[in-house]
Design a protein around this ligand. Sequence first.
Ligand code: NAD
Length: 284
Amino acid sequence: MARIIDGKALAAGIREQIKTEAAVLPRQPGLAVILAGEDPASQLYVRNKVKDCEECGFFSRRFDLSADASEEVLLGILNKLNADSRIDGILVQLPIPKQMDEKRIIETISPEKDVDAFHPLNVGRMVRGDSPVWPCTPAGISEMLKAYHIPVDGKICVMVGRSNIVGKPMGLRLLRDHGTVIYCHRHTPDLQAMTRQADILIVAAGCKGLIRGSMVKEGAAVIDVAMNRDPETGKFTGDVVFDEVEPKASFITPVPGGVGPMTRAMLMKNTLTLAKLHMGLLEK
Ligand code: NAD
């Protein structure tokens, strides 16, 4: 039987710690969140981010643009925020409307305020292994592994999914921490042959029921990143068949209540880290 990783409790503890650290800084850490369009899920995420800022004692600014707003308007806001000394972190909620060029928007955010670490300069720093902040989901998973004393060093780590926001940076983080990393994706011919090798199996495919019990090694730590929304019930499930995998795993994350809350907490932690860097309280 696996130990269930309680991401909710862990995240609440991290937020408490962040609040304590933020309270003694010379000024409030500041986060700007920009939402373009009316996607209900994105609206909820942005509301939660602003709420988390309040809870942690941060300064926050929210910008809401209509779905047909021009790219120039968004770029103008980003340039102002880049120059605003109250703002340490800037986040553009993805996905953005199709008339906007995602790459250009990400590259307009100052790399030093790039709280999601999506800017190519920060991607380069991640490849080198020394980025001050990492994308929130990989950063949250890394914190989880640490908190539950799951070692990465010398372990075989299998990453299912290679997106720029989850899979790729997660693999780089595991590599930095001395894991042996195998990336799997849609073109991987025999997924099971890979996943069965994993001491640490991280799954971010967005494919409900993808990982069955037979695909997991006895004693593996299994991290399920996916959030698959059932269109009828509105409930979320992961990619891992929990009832089959849980009896074989040593650790497993639930969905919901696993990776999701940690992702949220890491946005606050990244903002705090950037604020400390801007205040000269951390070495670059
Ligand atoms: P994405 O669609 O950008 O990437 C999915 C990746 O999975 C791709 O690399 C694809 O090749 C791979 N893949 C898909 N089906 C596969 C299959 N059958 N076999 C092997 N590989 C397969 O998705 P993403 O943005 O990385 O998100 C992945 C999932 O994680 C989604 O369900 C998303 O909602 C969830 N997510 C959760 C959090 C969180 O905080 N919990 C954060 C980000 C994303």
